[in-house]
Design a protein around this ligand. Structure first.
Ligand SMILES: Cc1ncc(C[n+]2csc(CCOP(=O)(O)OP(=O)(O)O)c2C)c(N)n1
Length: 384
């Protein structure tokens, strides 16, 4: 057993000062210490996949980030670990606990199977891993191994934490008081018939024209990224080819660590429904430089146009409920284009719900620039 500080202090010396994750009782002293101690930033993520994406955004923004979670949530993290950090070469450190360790201490039935397959899952994902250090003398070599591997490969490194690896540490800081009597007054402004709405490409053209190189722009999975590339490839554009639903969490991580950089996330309705919870993180931490634009064509356009359920959803009201500061809704391209001027210089956590119809240009291509190349030049852009 070591104290949280015995690991976290030398880790901070190596630059690991950005932490995000979802708690586990095994992690309790570790997370508590991070929350309490100056020099660490902790972002509470609503699920383990979001945590990976937030950490990835922070890493691209120049931080060394650590994701912490219970192995029950490893499944929630598989998609961003296989199609975001792997694909884009983003080296985050992961600490997963090992509830249900085979041959380990008695545990709850719900951890039995996951405990047996955790290591196999990590290895199946081809992630390099080691057990979390249990003695002070093991800390330096463990950190050296992780640090060197991450620097050499630009890939994540996983520590597997067992029961009682960390000595108890009680949280000193009191949580912020909760808001009372929240009342939501949001009205959507959708006037047009579905077929009278714009398609996506004119929206992306307007966005690129207005923002130029003055913002980092993250385009959600599927045809949005492909169309954005066709509109004109630029170094400030991140085409999130996989990790569906993670664009917002990635943008939050980036916006939080680069507060002077305007970060625009272009989301899809299917993607946002998949990980709506990340809107709570945006509303709670309120990065003032974050503009979250939902292009809502009420369909999974990229995979054949099957309808989503957004016809009955007021995302504006949801954004207000989650605590976004500035909320707009429209189905008119001219209104959106006008709004872009304001968004360029506003300083509030902003959500825009833009209704469109589905449909893409015929013979839509795919980015010829690889995710690894996108990652390198986008990183250079945001850190410039
Ligand atoms: C986790 C995951 N599930 C499913 C897919 C397949 N997929 C790629 S794009 C897409 C549709 C996305 O819908 P939406 O966000 O509404 O964007 P649109 O296609 O309408 O532009 C789906 C289902 C995927 N890439 N990842």
């Amino acid at each position: 057993m070591i104290t949280a500080s015995q690991f976290l202090t030398p880790a901070r010396e190596l630059g690991f000062n950005f932490y995000t994750g979802t708690p586990c009782s095994y992690l309790k002293p570790f997370i508590n210490y991070v929350i309490d101690t100056d020099g660490f930033e902790f972002i509470d993520s609503v699920n383990e996949g979001d945590a990976v994406a937030i950490a990835a955004g922070a890493t691209v923004g120049g931080k060394r980030a650590v994701v912490m979670f219970q192995n029950s949530g490893l499944g929630n993290a598989v998609n961003p670990l296989t199609s975001l950090t792997y694909t884009f070469n983003i080296p985050v450190m992961v600490i997963t606990t090992l509830r249900g360790e085979p041959g380990g201490p008695a545990d709850e039935p719900q951890h039995e199977l996951m405990g047996q397959i955790t290591i196999a899952m990590i290895e199946t994902m081809r992630l390099k891993w080691a057990y979390f250090p249990q003695t002070d003398s093991e800390v330096a070599p463990a950190l050296k191994l992780a640090d060197e591997y991450m620097k050499q490969t630009n890939q994540p490194f996983v520590f597997v934490m067992r029961k009682d690896d960390i000595a108890d540490y009680k949280l000193q800081k009191k949580p912020a008081p909760s808001k009372k009597d929240i009342s939501i007054t949001h009205t959507d402004h959708f006037n047009l018939d579905y077929k009278a709405r714009t398609t996506r490409t004119p929206v992306l053209e307007a966005l690129q024209k207005e923002m130029g190189l003055d913002a980092a722009v993250i385009a959600t999975t599927g045809k949005t990224g492909r169309e954005f590339y066709e509109v004109g490839d630029q170094k400030n554009q991140f085409y999130m080819v996989g990790s569906m639903g993670c664009a917002l969490a990635f943008g939050i991580g980036l916006a939080l660590v680069r507060p002077k950089l305007k970060v625009v996330v272009i989301d899809g309705d299917g993607a946002l429904l998949m990980r709506t919870g990340s809107m709570a993180t945006a509303g709670a931490y309120k990065p003032k430089n974050l503009v979250h634009i939902l292009i809502d064509n009420e369909a999974h356009d990229s995979t054949g146009g099957q309808g989503t359920v957004t016809g009955s959803v007021s995302f504006g009201a949801i954004a207000a409920g989650f605590g976004y500061e500035s909320i707009y809704s429209t189905d008119e391209l001219t209104v959106f284009t006008e709004l872009l001027k304001k968004l360029k210089s506003n300083n509030e956590t902003t959500f825009v719900h833009l209704k469109t119809q589905k449909g893409s240009p015929e013979k839509l291509g795919r980015p010829k620039v690889t995710p690894a190349e996108v990652s390198v030049r986008f990183t250079e852009f945001v850190q410039a």
